[in-house]
Write a protein that binds this ligand. Structure first.
Ligand code: ADP
Ligand code: MG
Length: 724
């Protein structure tokens, strides 16, 4: 099959797959599946392993040994002993009982409200039954089992996928549609050379696609998962390089090396050694004749802004304008208020452009940047990349918290800044071993120390029994005029299973378990929780902010908090990329077991910013060694990199990449795959592959990389992320 036609097929609407009509297509579109390629990527959330058939005697034995009265989910091949019996037990409720047997014993299956099963279960017919068996008064029973007609030597799947569903989709419908998409496309074309696959011992792409949906065996499923995670990571990191990185491009903007004394004289502190080093690296890039593509990574509070300001200063001094883009209005505003004072002293003009900038001000700004005779620093949100903003003589684009912007927004910026030096800033310490995957071919500058004089934040872990004392502590802090953050995990919506579908809890292979550790513990939602706190804390002004609020609403709440109009802010992790509120002295994290170490560390960085003593309290009912280990790591270390490395050891690369990097813009299916990555073998392979490919062909322009390039561009297109 020609590659072109394979790609075309992947882009066809779902209705092109056999058996997918308009109604099913409409249901699929609700879960974001609109093309045949999307169907291939609609990965199961779990699997039922029906491969190993047990006899009834074995099942009975396992229940007796287990002591819970119930078996694990198992399959068994059973024949119907006698005519099924149906009866109405009350209005609208029928039960059907069927006696089943094999050569080792008998059991009774009960079906609720499925009178039609009578017509299928003819005496003597054989079925593969899957579910949890129970012992009731030494009789073996099973409720609402999954059943499939069994033929000796037939082709029942050994491992059955369990898909996430939505209204209008059943397990059967999804499986059929996916199977149709696979047979139509062969699973999508291979784009990696044979030689690479065998060197990294990875299966082919089409094998992986077939086996992620309909695994031949547990081993095949593992190999499929490895290959597809490998693909997602590889394409993600290459898409960064291709959309943002133009490593060897010559620059039209040469910023000569300049005396830094006026700049250092205008800031109210002495630069740290790593700030000096980063500024020197940037200075060398700007004057070097090639386009800069650099990322500045440093913990919250490590002082990235002043490094960016130095870069802006060099550039403006050479007569070019600078754009600084931040992911939220409040961050842009904060940068503006910090930097406009500094650049005022240095004799340069700053502007702020956001969604709420008025028309008159917009016109003034447009005129100033289009003129270009006087360099300016334009600070703003993604309003900066709107089409009516045209720079003349733009020399440098700075992007704060780049992972908050979608690939498309970054691509739009890249287009606007063709040939322009680019500096991105990130507060996410990614372990060095993962940095190539997370940052692509960007050059990296690291701020690995905090400015001196910061006082450490006292870190505690408590359980529910401390609730009263905790509330009293909040009131004490507020009484002293301070402010408090309360952080709850974001509640992920899970699709509701349709009636008649296999219950998901019966899945026994859950490679893509999206829920973190201890799923049993109840979660506190920000909204409910803030209601409760409002009642409990009579003397505090309590408000909340969460990820599903509109950006303008979020900004309004954050601004009110920053102004001191709110005492206690309950939030989901939106404040991770938050604001600087030096008056906040206490942060409480609920369900702390649900957060990664690095996330907790970043949250902690939100307090301890002012002169007053600050506290970080993790609330969790999770017992267990792992939880204790995590707390200890956080108590001991204040170094984001050390914590990230510990996080990597404790949870594996999947969680870290999916939480912290660009990976998170690439949709739910990618996320679950990447999270399923539990060891570093795959990330090592990706790193090796990226190094080789980019070392040889950084922009993927060589003919042998054409297929790969197509894939990378297709991926960048799919993940048109938004700011959030
Ligand atoms: P981040 O890296 O999180 O963006 P910021 O740039 O906002 O950190 O800096 C945090 C705070 O530290 C700011 O108030 C800034 O003025 C201050 N700061 C930055 N560098 C230094 C330094 N070398 N010495 C003292 N304070 C500094
Ligand atoms: Mg910052």
């Amino acid at each position: 099959m020609a590659v072109g036609s394979a790609v075309e097929k992947l882009n066809m609407p779902v209705t092109a797959a056999k058996g997918v009509g308009p109604a099913r297509a409409a249901a699929f579109s609700r879960v974001g599946v609109t093309t045949v390629g999307d169907l291939l990527r609609y990965y199961p959330r779990a699997y039922q392993n029906r491969e190993h058939v047990r006899t009834l005697a074995e099942i009975r034995g396992s229940i007796n040994a287990g002591g819970t009265g119930r078996s694990e989910p198992v399959s068994s091949v059973l024949a119907v002993a006698s005519e099924p019996m149906s009866r109405m037990i009350r209005r609208g409720m029928t039960i059907t009982k069927i006696r089943l047997f094999d050569e080792t014993g008998t059991c009774e299956a009960t079906f609720f409200n499925q009178p039609y099963v009578r017509d299928n279960f003819r005496t003597g017919a054989q079925f593969r039954i899957w579910g949890r068996f129970e012992l009731e008064k030494s009789r073996l029973t099973i409720n609402s089992p999954v059943w499939e007609p069994y033929v000796e030597g037939g082709d029942l799947l050994p491992i059955v996928p369990v898909y996430p569903l939505t209204r209008g989709l059943t397990q059967k419908a999804v499986a059929q549609s996916v199977a149709a998409a696979i047979s139509m496309t062969g699973g999508g074309g291979e784009y990696l050379p044979e030689e690479v696959l065998s060197r990294l011992s990875l299966p082919t792409h089409s094998y992986a696609v077939r086996n992620i949906h309909f695994p031949e065996s547990v081993e095949a499923l593992g190999a499929a998962k490895d290959r597809l995670s490998f693909d997602e990571l590889l394409l993600t990191s290459l898409s960064l390089s291709v959309s943002g990185g133009r490593r060897n491009e010559l620059s039209k903007t040469v910023v000569p090396k300049t005396d830094t004394a006026p700049f250092t004289g205008a800031i109210p502190f002495t630069l740290t050694a790593s700030q000096k080093r980063a500024i020197a690296e940037i200075g060398a890039d700007l004057s070097g004749g090639k386009v800069m593509n650099r990322i500045l990574v440093g913990d919250v509070g490590s002082g990235k802004t002043v490094v960016a300001a130095a870069a802006a200063y060099f550039t403006m001094k050479a007569g070019y304008s600078v754009a600084l883009m931040a992911p939220t209005e409040i961050l842009a505003t904060q940068h503006f208020s910090d930097l406009s004072a500094l650049f005022d002293r240095l004799g340069y003009k700053c502007f702020l452009l956001t969604g709420s900038t008025g028309a008159a001000k917009r016109r003034e700004i447009s005129a100033a940047i289009a003129d270009g005779s006087v360099p300016v620093l334009l600070i703003g949100t993604h309003a900066l990349i709107s089409p009516d903003v045209t720079f003349s003589r733009l020399g440098l684009a700075i992007i704060d918290e780049q992972h908050r912007f979608g690939v498309m927004q970054r691509a739009a910026l890249a287009e606007k800044t063709e040939g322009v030096h680019t500096l991105v800033m990130s507060a996410t310490p990614i372990p060095r071993t993962l940095s190539l995957i997370a940052y692509g071919n960007l050059d990296v500058s690291r701020l690995d120390e905090l400015p001196s004089g910061r006082q450490p934040v006292d870190t505690f872990a408590v359980d529910e029994s401390y609730r009263k004392r905790l509330n009293a502590f909040i009131e004490k802090q507020v009484g002293e005029g301070h402010q408090v953050y309360v952080v709850c995990p974001a509640v992920e919506e899970s699709p509701v299973p349709e009636k008649g579908d296999d219950p998901l809890e019966m899945a026994d292979i859950s490679l893509f378990d999206l829920i973190g550790p201890d799923p049993e513990l109840p979660m506190k939602s920000a909204v409910e929780y803030s209601e409760r706190l409002k009642n409990e804390l009579k003397n505090c002004r309590v408000s909340f902010v969460h990820g599903r609020m509109k950006p303008a609403e979020k900004d309004a709440v954050m601004t009110a908090f920053a102004r001191g109009e709110i005492d206690v802010l309950v939030s989901t992790t939106v404040i991770e990329v938050g604001v600087n509120v030096p008056n906040a002295t206490l942060m409480i994290v609920e369900n702390a077991e649900r957060f990664g170490l690095s996330q907790l560390h970043q949250l902690r960085g939100r307090v301890g910013r002012g002169p007053a003593k600050s506290y970080f309290v993790m609330v969790s009912d999770s017992k267990g060694e792992k939880a204790k280990d995590r707390i200890e790591t956080l108590k001991r270390s204040r170094d984001g990199y050390k914590i990230a490395e510990a996080d990597l050891r404790q949870r594996g690369p999947g969680d870290i990449l999916s939480e912290n990097s660009v990976v998170r813009q690439h949709g739910q299916s990618t996320l679950s795959l990447i999270r399923a990555l539990s060891d570093s073998a795959i990330t090592d392979k990706v790193t090796e592959c990226v190094t080789r490919i980019l070392g040889d062909d950084p922009t993927l322009e060589k003919p042998e990389n054409e297929k790969l390039r197509d894939r990378v561009l297709a991926m960048a297109k799919r993940s048109s992320g938004t700011v959030n």
